[in-house]
Design a protein. Structure first.
Length: 270
C-alpha cells in the first residue's frame, strides 16, 4: 500500500527485524524464560546480559566470548538452533554488520609543482572535500535513523521470536504437588498459550481458590510484568489453561498490601 504526500505516492517501508534479537528471543522463549536459560547454559550469560541483548543492546563491533560460548552451547543443547528462529546464528548476527564507503587516498602527482597540474590538483581537492561532506552527512543520517527505529525493531524482533517459539511445545510438568492460589479482587483471565494469548478460556472469578501445577516465563504482554510468569491450572474447570501469576494474591492477605507478583514456591514447568 502507499501513502499520498504532496501529490505523490510514497511507498511504506518495513521496519527491519534484528536477527540477533530474534535469535536471543527464541532461545529465551524455548528455555522457558531468561532465568531458565541462565540455569540451563550453566551461567554462560547473566539475566542482566539477556535483558540488554533482547532490548537490542548487544556487541556490534566484535564477537565477544559470551556470544561464542552461548552459540556453542546452543548448538549442542537446543534442538533446532539456529534454524528454528528463522535467523542467523548468534555469531553470524553479531559483530560489525554495517560498512561505509571509504574516501580514496590522494594520488601522488609526479609534477605537483608545475603550473598546468595545479588546476587539476585543486579540482581533486575540492572533489575529495565534497565526498567527505557527503559521507559525513550519510553517516549522521544513518545514526539518526537507526536510533529512531531501535525501539520498533526490538518490538518487531520480539514478535517474530514469539511466533517462532509458538511452534515449540509448552512445558507442563511440575513436581507432582499442586499449589493453592487465590485470585485477587478483579479475578483472572485464562489462555491456551501464554506466548501468543490464543484461545482464551473462561475467566476465573474474584476471590476464587484454584490449584496450579507449575509456572512458566512468558512476558508476552506488559500486564504480566515485572516477573512475567504464568500458572498452569490444575483445577477441573480450567484444567490445562494458563493464567497470569500477578492476578493472584500469591500469599498476600486480602485487603492488605499487595507485594508479591508471583508465588515462587510454585515449581518451574519442565
Amino acid at each position: 500500500m502507499t501513502e499520498t504526500a504532496a501529490g505523490r505516492d510514497v511507498p511504506k517501508t518495513a521496519v527491519p527485524v534484528d536477527p540477533f534479537v530474534t535469535q536471543i528471543g527464541w532461545l529465551v522463549a524455548t528455555a522457558g524464560g531468561k532465568e531458565q536459560l541462565v540455569q540451563r547454559c550453566g551461567g554462560l550469560v547473566s539475566e542482566r546480559t539477556l535483558d540488554n541483548w533482547t532490548a537490542g543492546s548487544y556487541p556490534r563491533t566484535k564477537v565477544t566470548g559470551a556470544v561464542r560460548d552461548l552459540d556453542a552451547w546452543a548448538r549442542q543443547a537446543m534442538p533446532g538452533y539456529p534454524d528454528a528462529a528463522g535467523a542467523p546464528s548468534l555469531i553470524e548476527a553479531c559483530g560489525p554488520y554495517r560498512s561505509a564507503p571509504a574516501v580514496p587516498e590522494p594520488a601522488v602527482d609526479a609534477e605537483e609543482g608545475s603550473p598546468e597540474r595545479r588546476p587539476r590538483r585543486l579540482r581533486w581537492v575540492l572533489g575529495a572535500a565534497a565526498a567527505v561532506v557527503v559521507l559525513i552527512a550519510a553517516v549522521v543520517t544513518t545514526v539518526v535513523v537507526v536510533r529512531h527505529n531501535d525501539a520498533e525493531a526490538a518490538k518487531a524482533a520480539a514478535a517474530a521470536a514469539a511466533r517462532s517459539a509458538a511452534n515449540v511445545p509448552l512445558p507442563s510438568t511440575g513436581d507432582g504437588t499442586s499449589r493453592t492460589e487465590l485470585t485477587g479482587s478483579i479475578g483472572a483471565k485464562t489462555f491456551a498459550d501464554p506466548r501468543t494469548l490464543t484461545a482464551g478460556g473462561a475467566a476465573i472469578p474474584a476471590n476464587t481458590e484454584i490449584q496450579v501445577r507449575c509456572r512458566y516465563y512468558a512476558p508476552s504482554v506488559p500486564s504480566v510484568t515485572p516477573d512475567g510468569f504464568w500458572y498452569l491450572i490444575e483445577s477441573e474447570q480450567w484444567n490445562g489453561l494458563w493464567t497470569p501469576a500477578n492476578s493472584f494474591m500469591n500469599g498476600d492477605v486480602p485487603g492488605g498490601p499487595y507485594t508479591h507478583n508471583t508465588d515462587f514456591d510454585v515449581p518451574i514447568c519442565t
